[in-house]
Ligand binder design. Structure first.
Ligand code: 4AD
Ligand code: MG
Length: 462
């Protein structure tokens, strides 16, 4: 008999249906002639209650062998459940055990800290919380593609290996095939990159933006959704060395159009998750952060606040709050500032625009004041910056000057400059940190717990 997913059974299964399920044992409660087993197959939060009794084949032997963590296949008949909180349960006629799990299985029935669960990254996805996180993550990812497909954005695949530093921040991981114990040296005793795989220095990408711009100059509206890498040594609850980024890029678009897209986009994803992950979101609201449902409704129903950087600085200077980092025009906003604006002041996402040119990347369009650039960050309560984007500098001469001022080598960006030589147009785009979005959505406190296999300084197991 074909197996049925437990989520489907719980929704549509009827008494007397004959069914087969497969999954892992979460709990077992054995009485003399009766045994209750909770089975979870990852399809939903609540498992299916299975009842075994004398009519179950090899009852004594099977029940003795089943333990928390073992994997099973169970055939039987659905019956109405007399127990509270569940509509149906499965009366088992036959149980097959694929693999047992002895008492060393770390996920015995008790609460574990997230810190502990990170040390068992190969097993933690079987817990309620991580299960819910990764189901929500999946729905978000699908919704991302649906959102852009509905708007005729072309999904483009930008490279992971690259020779250019998009953000110009020098936070790149080097990729090499050289023997690091005996690297070839050039005359000046530096490692000779010409003898490396690509004949020059290569890195893991920090952003797909520059290549997305190439594609937008052919297809108008595009997006990329891929892993990005940053060798910034920041051990915080919001930074990963490997994270996923969604980057739309739009030709014939300015900063306003960019903000509108970012706002529509976030609203769409929240709507999709509320519609499709009701139980998981209810769980987060109950166990992790009792504001996540209200926050989601708030996002969907209200317009985001929009202020300029200069206005943001004024608001921070007026704040009756003492910040660790002092505020003055020209500083890069720190997480405490971002959170004050979004969490305390506006109590909803805030889009801050037109930052000082000196603290932003070279590709952002210089405003007429010659001091600020057409940048925008979307700041969210609790997480701070969740989106960073800008209108791009489309004027060749201005861009060349900005590259020089940033101390970057012009030749390395020859193709990027060519886009301004041949058919340049105003264009804009942004990057949404996928894990920051999931954090915001679920209320999870640490970014390491919203990606299956987090990479952070000193941590690359699993
Ligand atoms: O603000 P960032 O650095 O922007 C860019 O990379 C642009 N090239 C994007 C674009 O315009 N196409 O990064 C974008 C977002 C941030 O707002 C944040 O959400 C996330 O990426 N992010 C990180 N997420 C997790 N760990 C890190 N170390 C992150 N660094 C950035
Ligand atoms: Mg940023």
């Amino acid at each position: 008999m074909a197996t049925t997913r437990i989520s489907d059974l719980l929704k549509t299964g009827q008494p007397d249906d004959s069914v087969t399920i497969q999954g892992w044992v979460r709990t077992k409660r054995a009485q003399k002639a009766l045994c209750f087993i909770n089975i979870n197959d990852g399809s939903c939060m609540s498992g299916l209650q299975v009842v075994a009794d004398a009519e179950t084949q090899d009852y004594d032997a099977v029940v003795a062998q089943i333990t928390t963590g073992s994997s099973v296949k169970i055939t039987g008949t659905l019956v109405e459940s007399p127990a509270k909180g569940q509509r149906i349960e499965l009366k088992a006629s036959g149980i097959t055990i694929f693999g047992d799990a002895d008492e060393t299985y770390p996920l015995q029935k008790k609460r574990h800290s997230f810190e502990f669960l990170r040390t068992i990254g190969h097993l933690r996805s079987r817990t309620n919380t991580l299960g819910a996180v990764f189901r929500v993550r999946n729905v978000c990812a699908q919704a991302v593609h649906q959102f852009f497909r509905d708007r005729n954005f072309l999904w483009v695949h930008t490279p992971i290996l690259t020779a250019s530093d998009c953000e110009g921040a020098g936070e790149m991981f080097t990729v090499t095939s050289l023997n690091l114990n005996q690297p070839p040296l050039s005359d000046d005793k530096a490692i000779d990159a010409e003898q490396d795989f690509f004949g020059k220095r290569a890195y893991l990408t920090v952003s797909g933006q520059l290549e997305a711009e190439i594609m937008a100059m052919a297809f108008t509206n595009v997006y990329t959704f891929g892993p990005t890498f940053r060798a910034e040594n920041s051990n915080t609850s919001r930074h990963l060395a490997e994270f996923w980024m969604i980057e739309p890029e739009m030709a014939f678009c300015d900063l306003m159009g960019n903000m509108d897209l970012a706002e529509d986009f976030l609203k769409y994803i929240f709507r999709a998750v509320l519609d499709q992950c009701e139980d998981d979101m209810a769980f987060f609201n109950q166990r992790i952060d009792d504001t996540v449902l209200a926050t989601a409704e708030n996002i969907i129903d209200n317009e985001f606040a929009r202020i300029s950087y200069t206005e943001a600085v004024d608001l921070l200077l007026k704040a009756d709050k003492k910040f660790e980092f002092p505020v003055e025009w020209g500083i890069d906003l720190q997480s405490e500032h971002e959170r004050y604006l979004a969490e305390d002041l506006f109590k909803k996402p805030v889009i801050v625009s037109d930052y000082p040119a000196a603290i932003k990347a070279f590709y952002m369009r210089l405003n007429d004041d010659q001091k600020t650039v057409a940048a925008m960050d979307v700041l969210a309560p609790k997480v701070g910056e969740i989106i960073g984007g800008s209108q791009r500098e489309e004027r060749l001469d201005v861009l060349e000057t900005r590259i020089d001022e940033a101390g970057l080598p012009r030749d390395a960006y020859w193709w990027y400059l060519d886009l301004r030589r041949y058919g340049t147009v105003p264009h804009a785009g942004f990057g949404l940190g996928f894990e920051r979005l999931i954090q915001f959505m679920t209320g999870m406190g640490n970014i390491r717990d919203v990606i299956p296999f987090p990479r952070t300084p000193d941590n690359i197991d699993f």
